[in-house]
Design a protein around this ligand. Sequence first.
Ligand code: SAH
Length: 453
Amino acid sequence: MLLTLTTTHRPATDLGFLLHKHPERVFSFTLGVGHGQVFYPEVSEERCTVALLVELDPVELSRGRAGQGSGAPLEPYVNDRPYAASSFLTGALREAFGTAMSGRSKEKPELVDQALPFEVHLPALPSRGGTDLASRLFSPLGYRVEARVLPLDEQYPEWGDSPYLDLRLYGTVPLKALLAHLHVLIPVLDDAKHYFVGEEEVERLARFGAGWLEHHPERALILRRALKHQRDLLRLATAQFGQPDELPLATPSLNAQRLAAVEAELTASGAARVLDLGCGEGHLLKPLLANAQFREILGMDVSPRELKRAERFLRLDDLPPTVRARLTLIQGSLTYRDARLRGYDAAALVEVIEHLDEGRLWTLERVVFGDARPGTVVVTTPNAEYNARYASLSAGDTRHEDHRFEWNRERFQAWATRVAETFGYGVTFKAVGEVDPSLGSPTQMAVFSRDTP
Ligand code: SAH
């Protein structure tokens, strides 16, 4: 991965003093999982360019990455990280230009706070939010932004766009500020960090965000992404960067609201024996286990990997035997009739239907409503209309790459109404999450109850 920085300040070679890197030398350094080099491809009084080149070792990189990423077997070894500008690059930035970032210069202290003309080039920058988000992040800081979406393959334009940008920024800013902007915003565009994000990340944001992040119009998005959407950290950062009511932090996460809404419906149904169909790693199973009303809980998923994760997430081995005995985890597919699912009081399908091809949904309908026939069925799915509120989604995108479809409210309600009529259930609809007056809520929920006992 590569970053170049050019100045046309006269004499441009002052850049070397500011960065504490001599233009005639190559500076090499090692990183935890690779190495970096700083060199100057262009040096004159008029223009001086410094390049930061980072090379990662994919094998080193793969250590500790099991269970992350797409789940494809080779993903830990074959992925974009060696090539795309990410938190590895910003880590290298700190390593290579730490002195400049802290605003010290032995030879040219007078230049440290002086705004100088710069051009930045990031030839492969992953952006969840495309060119639009790049502009929204950098323009308010005074940069002219030139961003081009890179095709997946230059030779086959018909394959469409990649999630990477070729980004150029032009601006007159102090070098120290420029490096701080890049340090904070590159991982925000990528919406990922390779290291564990803990409290020291809030300190780092306070340090590099000082003087600009407090007032940035996209501050809420920047904090959310920079802190990997972790609520405790967001709260901590909110104390530093603004009033809590200006940030969407006061309410529990959508995921937490969804689980609470589903649990409330299952509780209200009076069910004692419940199914969590497509249980994933067990986010709903956890509160169900904690609720003694649910005497028998069956979690089913098609993916053995998710079931393994559920065992870990729920700490099955550490549960008291009486609690452990209430839970069964099974592997199976909701597209095949399954006698193990019969005779339950209630079932939850939380964010599952959108993982099936629309053309195969009828098989799930038959299996759940026709054959297993629990008294109550709670189904949640994204409301596609609400996607307009997500900065990182372009029109027509789904929230997750595994989603085969996302429905608007009308489409979901038409589906649920037809299913209810076909299989002898009544159905009601509820909003989950903050309700937008015209778009509705982020999650939509249908609660089915069987007509005959
Ligand atoms: N309900 C969980 C997981 C939602 S993700 C939660 O809310 O956290 C969707 C889950 O459905 C995944 O774990 C996926 O493995 C599972 N799934 C997809 N198709 C399935 C099928 N045909 N049968 C059973 N589970 C399926």
